[in-house]
Ligand binder design. Structure first.
Ligand code: BG6
Ligand code: MG
Length: 220
């Protein structure tokens, strides 16, 4: 039986995915590597250093920088990102998320967060949600980022539940791969082009339906 929901943070609980995009886009332009929103789909859910590498590869510039230089490029992006998330408040929780969390709780299920972001605690604190979750797994806890299943498996283990008793919620292709690799039921939020592997897809968070998600999970 279903025991837990495990949520991604950026782009699911709040619109910080847009801030990651804006900060990477600015860095890309500095490096003469402009990129599209379509390419950005490949960065969603991917760790900071892996994202930088993908951008450099896109521009054919992966061999132009030393590891130290790559660290400072990533730091520059993060400084920009941190200024963008400074004013996040509980009002920035995406529509549909609070009612869904409340229904999960009311049904006695556990709640986990699986975010590869080193800023996850900061963002969760600003949203006023840090204490709502039984477990928060972030970059500090894991060795392999999404699409590896490690982060969702770790969340399930720390919640004390089987992976098959969990539903994962994601806006990123790498995140859906991570959920499916963990053997969980995947709810995608976004477009069918990027999230084809999700078991159930919603165009945006305001359409998330607890009853429908649970019904589809039980049929699967
Ligand atoms: C993920 C985002 O949640 O965290 C990615 O979807 C981001 O876009 C990654 O690169 C790492 O975040 P941070 O805050 O550690 O740079
Ligand atoms: Mg995300």
């Amino acid at each position: 039986p279903l025991q837990a929901f495990i949520f991604d943070l950026d782009g699911v609980i709040t619109e910080s995915a847009e801030y990651h995009y804006l900060a990477w886009k600015a860095l890309g332009e500095d490096l003469n590597i402009p990129f599209t929103r379509e390419f950005n789909e490949e960065l969603k859910g991917v760790s900071r250093m892996d994202s930088l590498e993908k951008i450099l590869v896109l521009g054919g510039r992966q061999n132009d920088f030393t590891p130290e230089q790559k660290n400072s490029l990533a730091e520059k992006k993060n400084d920009h990102y941190c200024t963008l998330i400074q004013n996040i408040t509980p009002a920035d929780i995406l529509p549909g998320i609070e009612p869904l969390l409340a229904e999960i709780r009311a049904n006695g299920l556990k709640l986990g967060l699986a975010s590869v972001s080193k800023n996850a605690f900061t963002v969760m604190t600003s949203l006023g949600l840090k204490d709502e979750f039984d477990v928060i797994v972030d970059a500090a806890t894991i060795s392999k980022g999404k699409p590896d299943p490690e982060i969702f498996l770790t969340a399930a283990r720390l919640l004390g539940v089987e992976a098959t008793a969990c539903i994962g919620v994601e806006d990123a292709a790498a995140g859906v791969d991570s959920i499916k690799g963990a053997g969980m039921f995947a709810v995608g939020v976004g477009s069918p082009e990027s999230l084809a592997k999700a078991d159930l897809l919603y165009p945006n968070t305001s359409l998330l339906s607890y009853a429908e998600i649970v019904a589809k999970y039980q049929q699967a």
